[in-house]
Write a protein that binds this ligand. Structure first.
Ligand code: ATP
Ligand code: MG
Length: 423
């Protein structure tokens, strides 16, 4: 049905060795194979091994159905409402095993269009069909445990060589099918430093507004992936250039100051800090917030503006109240930092558990903005506060200037007043 025969690289023709594949993944693949099923390493794992990068995880593809997989492994659980998967658990590690899928034919789809997506995700197929339903050629390579060979149905090896992101099939068709693929195209391009194939570029230009029709929960998850992979700045900038940013983020406008700040956030993540959603959210909105705060004097007005920015976004993406609240505290903290010391409520503010995190964000902002009260000024105030409140037998704060982490009591204290409540 699809194109010519696959390209098959035997063990001696490619660099992937079994020692690079997780031990538990190998166990799962061997057992499937011994029981007469196909067992392939699929997706990002194969791509990353061929690029000599460390894969985030290994996914296994098989022609065994989820129930057959479950029968083979005592430690196996079937998961996924949308996409039925088998999870084989080894202590804390999970090996994901997916049955090969195919695109359903038009006539097969259920009557109710709302059920199409769910149905389409769960029609089992051949390995070749499974390759063709994937998003990009470089993500559709298989490693077969039976022969230790690589199987390429879609021209992925050639595109890896050319360092190019190419959709499998017509970009317009594949992007219309699932608009999240457009965001993933920009993400992989930034993560791997690959170029986007011209047809994919045109496809994104044409389909960009359709991203607004994607399920908010999926966008929210992909957005956090951008932050985790330290590519929030380049991807959101590219999204803006393709006219995809506003439909992606419910009207969010972006702008140079935002991309500059996001680039600092990406570097912070690269240095080993795990990005929290509230921090990411605050960094998205900090530039428009502080711009809007130019004419603002009181915390009450700043709170109002923070709510105006965050509430529609959080409502659209079903972001929990607690996360929105933390993001708002980070914004308000930056407002206070930029206003400078010596204002009402400062004592309470510098003691608040969220204030050091706010200062981390403000510190990044200081690197990209002009005319700011330097973060160091506040760093010193926070350190002095720390020293004055430390019990005598506690060691003094570290000389690095970083505020030591407070242990015990206060951070977990019950219902502390928020810095917002004091103005
Ligand atoms: P990484 O895990 O490093 O981010 P990955 O390529 O493994 O990259 P996943 O999101 O884990 O990406 O998805 C696993 C595989 O599933 C992909 O490699 C791709 O083949 C397929 N895939 C994921 N999302 C889609 C999609 N929206 N449309 C088609 N195929 C997809
Ligand atoms: Mg993956």
């Amino acid at each position: 049905m699809h194109g010519p025969d696959p390209i098959i690289l035997s063990r001696s023709e490619h660099p992937i060795s079994r020692s690079q594949i997780g031990e538990n993944t190998l166990k799962v693949m061997y057992r499937l194979h011994r029981q007469g099923f196909k067992a392939f390493l699929v997706g990002g794992g194969v791509r990353d091994l061929l690029l000599d990068r460390t894969p985030k995880d290994f996914d296994v593809g098989t022609n065994a159905t989820p129930n057959q997989v479950k029968k083979l492994f005592r430690n196996c659980f079937l998961v996924g409402r949308r996409f039925r998967l088998a999870h084989v658990r080894f202590g804390g590690e999970v090996v994901e095993v997916a049955t090969f899928r195919r695109q359903p034919e038009e006539g097969e789809l259920p009557e109710d269009p709302n059920d199409h997506f769910l149905f389409a995700e769960n029609v089992f197929g051949t390995p070749q069909e499974d390759a063709f339903r994937r998003d990009f050629t470089i993500n559709a390579l298989f490693y077969d445990i039976a022969s230790f060979s690589i199987i390429d149905y879609v021209g992925g090896l050639k595109d890896l060589e050319a360092r190019r992101i190419r959709t499998i099939g017509e970009p317009e068709v594949r992007f219309a099918e699932d608009p999240v693929r457009m965001l993933r195209a920009l993400e992989f391009s930034a993560r791997l430093g690959f170029t986007l194939d011209p047809a994919a570029q045109e496809g994104i230009l044409g389909c960009a507004p359709q991203i607004a029709t994607a399920a908010p929960a999926r966008i929210r998850e992909e957005l956090m992936e951008l932050f985790r992979h330290k590519v929030a700045a380049p991807v959101l900038r590219a999204a803006a250039e393709y006219g995809m940013l506003a439909p992606l983020l419910a009207g969010f406008e972006g702008g140079e100051a935002t991309y500059a700040l996001l680039s600092e956030v990406d570097q912070r993540t690269a240095s080993g800090v795990v990005p929290e959603e509230a921090f990411c959210l605050a960094s998205l909105f900090l530039a428009p917030f502080l711009t809007g705060c130019r004419e603002i004097k009181t915390i009450g007005e700043a709170l109002h503006l923070a709510n105006e920015l965050l509430t529609p976004h959080c409502a659209y993406f079903h972001i929990a109240h607690g996360i929105r609240h933390l993001a708002r505290e980070l914004l308000i903290a930056c407002f206070r930092f930029r206003r400078g010391p010596g204002q009402r409520g400062q004592r309470r503010f510098v003691r608040h558990p969220m204030t050091p995190r706010g200062l981390e964000l403000y510190n990044l902002w200081c690197r990209v903005a002009e005319e700011v009260v330097p973060a160091e000024t506040w760093q010193q105030i926070l350190c002095e506060q720390e020293q004055s409140s430390a019990p005598a037998d506690n060691p003094p704060p570290s000389s690095s200037g970083r505020r030591p982490r407070r242990r015990g009591g206060r951070r977990r204290g019950r219902r502390r007043s928020s810095p917002e409540s004091s103005s």
